[in-house]
Structures are given as C-alpha cells and as structure tokens.
Design a protein around this ligand. Structure first.
Ligand SMILES: NC(=O)c1ccc[n+]([C@@H]2O[C@H](COP(=O)([O-])OP(=O)(O)OC[C@H]3O[C@@H](n4cnc5c(N)ncnc54)[C@H](O)[C@@H]3O)[C@@H](O)[C@H]2O)c1
Length: 370
C-alpha cells in the first residue's frame, strides 16, 4: 500500500509530539516539519533526522496531508491554503480563533472534498469511553481542567485553550449544542481570560458545569458524570475511573429508606459505598490518545468515511466557546462603582443569554469512536 505523505506545520510542543508518532507509523511517510523559527528547524533536523522547511507552501506538491499545530490565530489562514490545495488536515484544537473562520473552512472542505479531523483528543481517552458505558444516559456533568501558566497559547483565552476540550466532550456526550449559556471569567496576566466557569444547558435538559484555569497551583483534568443508572468520576490525567452503579432496587424506590430503624440507617451509612451503592475502580487499558486520533484520521482518509471528530464538531465547539466568552465579558460585578464588567473592569456591553439556533451546516450526525 502506498504510504500517506504527511507534513507537520508548526514544530512546537504539539507539533513535535505529532511528528514523533507519525515517524513511528509504518503507513506514513513524514515529509517535513514546517516552522519559520530557526531554533525549531535546527531541533527538527537534529532530533528527527528530518527536513525542516520555513513555509509549507514551498513543498506543497510533496505531501498529501498535514497536521496543523501552529498558534491558533494562524490555523485559519494556513488551513485555508492547504484545503484549496486539496490536502487532508488534522487541525489542532481549537480549530480556529472565531466561529466565522470555522464556517469558512467548513465551506472550503465541502467544496474541495478534504478529510478534516480536529484535535479534540479527549474523545480518544479510554477512561472517558469506559465511564460512559456504565452509567446509563448522562444527565449532568461537572468538569475541571486546571494547569499552571505555561506561556504557550496566550494568543487565546483559557476557554479556547483548555475548556474547549470539555465543551467538545459534553456536546458529543449530550449529542447536541447548548441552548443556554451562563459564564464568568477572570483575566490574571494578559489580554484574555485565564480562569472561567460556564454552565451550559442543553435542549434535552442535560446540564454541564465546566471550570478551566491556566493559573492553578494544582493541575487537574477531572470529569464527574451523573447518569440515569449511576455516577462516574474520571481522572483523565491518571486514566482512572471510579463508578457507582445504582442498583435497580434503589432506582425503582422499592422500599422507603426513611422508615428504617436507627440501627438499619446506621448500617446503611456504614456500608453506603461498599454494599448499598458499591463504588468500583474500573481497569483502563493504557493508550496513547494522540496516536489513536492520528490513526482514525488516516483511516478516514483511506476509506473516505467521516473521522471521529469531524470539522463540524470543531467549529461547533468554537461557537460555544465564543458564547461562553461573550457571557463572561458581559457579566456584571454589581458591588463596585463604577460598574465592573467581564473578565476585566471594562465598559459594559450587553449580550443576549439565549444562543442563536445552530446553522444547518453544523447539524451533521456524529460517529462514535469505536
Ligand atoms: N490537543 C491538545 O491537547 C493540545 C495541547 C496543547 C496545544 N494544542 C494546540 O496546538 C497548537 C500549537 O500549540 P503548541 O503548544 O504546540 O504551541 P507552540 O508555541 O509550542 O508551537 C507553535 C509553533 O508554531 C510555529 N509557527 C508559527 N507560525 C508558523 C507558520 N506560519 N508556519 C508554521 N509554523 C509556525 C511556531 O514557531 C512554534 O514553533 C495550538 O493550536 C494549541 O491550542 C493542543
């Protein structure tokens, strides 16, 4: 079989991870890493024994597909040229800085028939997949995604940088887009928010409460999922899942807990998470989620099927991120005079809390990861 010729655009933190995995993939010929920084180019030549090129357009005829791992504000401009040139793309998250840019890429990809995967890598996290199989229909989700300040991705705020992973996950899990968004945020260092909290309500009634910070003294990537049949607590960093599966005799309210004697109540209190609502830690097979993501994308190119995280999902996540940011910017801190608003003490701008109906172009059905 002919190997897929792939270029990596952007040789920073994520670009190097992609390059390492692509180089080890026997189905891929990694052609070059494209990055304008001389120091990065030197590193690529030494560590990867690969060609380093400043501008991908110089070698446009030498690859069939590319991973775009540049700063987010460049994703649109770079991906645009590549789509028009007929390249299949894996674009890192967030797919674009704005919803309008995302829609533009969507139109181009439809016109030119490119296969585009977006780097919402948590979809491939086996811990999430395992948790979802054990709790019935998810109804309420709370997530925390916290990191220290890395000085990377400062071209965007924490909603697009970190929370976007959880936005994509909840939109996928609840199979829809929020109809109502509330949010607050705070900026610590620069021109964008560094902390944010959002409450998303979905048309089916499901609710997600998302917290993200990139100036936290304790890193964490956690998600608690409450479903019709139980609860799962997922530690996405450690790849650990604890579940509480609620037995049918409790779900069916087969007897009245409140008529129990005090001894029986004491027994239940003591045995609550061992016998009544048994808590179990589930075994998780370790997996490299970025490698699975790349393989899914290459498979989609080979078969012409939709990748697990199509461009529509990436653009929809950007749209929700924009709504969250708008809400955070519009939030009024009422106890100060003059009134402070948004993630800074900026002049007031009003935003409607209701989200506009989703454009039809984003309503394509989504495939679950196998
Ligand atoms: N999937 C994930 O979990 C994850 C994690 C971190 C970052 N990201 C995303 O990956 C992207 C890159 O982030 P990073 O942390 O690797 O950033 P980084 O700053 O480490 O690397 C970006 C690289 O792009 C290069 N670059 C700038 N302009 C370019 C151009 N015109 N052509 C080619 N290269 C160019 C820079 O020189 C730099 O080396 C961002 O969109 C970020 O949001 C995703």
């Amino acid at each position: 079989m002919k190997r897929m010729r792939v270029a990596v655009i952007g040789g920073g933190h994520l670009g190097q991870i992609h390059a390492r995995l692509l180089k080890a993939n026997a189905d891929v010929q990694l052609v070059a890493i494209c990055d304008p920084q001389p120091l990065v180019q030197q590193k690529v030549i030494q560590q990867f024994d690969l060609r380093a090129v400043g501008d991908a357009r110089k070698i446009i005829d030498e690859f069939d597909a590319a991973v775009v791992a540049t700063p987010t504000t460049l994703h649109h401009e770079i991906s645009r040229d590549l789509l028009i040139a007929g390249k299949h793309l894996l674009i890192e998250k967030p797919v674009t800085s704005t919803f309008a840019e995302g829609l533009d890429l969507l139109t181009l990809a439809r016109t030119h028939g490119n296969v585009v995967q977006v780097g919402h890598v948590e979809r491939f996290n086996p811990a999430i997949q395992t948790a979802l199989g054990r709790i019935g229909t998810p109804r309420f989700i709370e997530s925390q995604r916290l990191s220290g300040f890395t000085f990377r991705s400062t071209d965007i705020g924490v909603v697009q940088d970190l929370m976007i992973h959880d936005i994509d996950l909840v939109q996928w899990i609840f199979n829809g887009f929020p109809s109502e968004v509330r949010a607050v945020g705070l900026s610590v260092f620069g021109q964008n928010e560094d902390l944010a909290q959002a409450r998303l309500e979905f048309p089916c009634g499901a609710v997600a409460s998302l917290t993200a910070s990139r100036c936290s003294y304790q890193p964490a990537r956690r998600m608690n999922i409450f479903g019709t049949h139980g609860f799962a607590s997922v530690d996405m960093t450690a790849g650990k899942v604890q579940v509480v599966e609620v037995p049918s005799w409790i779900r069916g309210r087969e007897f009245d807990f409140f008529s129990l004697s005090s001894e029986q109540q004491a027994f239940i209190r003591e045995k609550l998470f061992t016998e009544v609502l048994p808590k179990t830690e589930l075994p998780i097979e370790p997996a490299n989620a970025i490698e699975l993501e790349q393989r899914d994308w290459l498979q989609a190119i080979a078969t012409g099927e939709s990748p697990a995280v199509p461009l529509t999902s990436g653009v929809a996540a950007v749209r929700t991120a924009e709504s969250i940011r708008e809400q955070a910017m519009a939030h009024g801190w009422m106890n100060k005079e003059p009134q402070m608003q948004g993630v800074f003490a900026t002049p007031a701008t009003r935003f409607d809390r209701q989200v506009d109906p989703l454009p039809a172009i984003l309503q394509a059905p989504q495939r679950k990861v196998a």
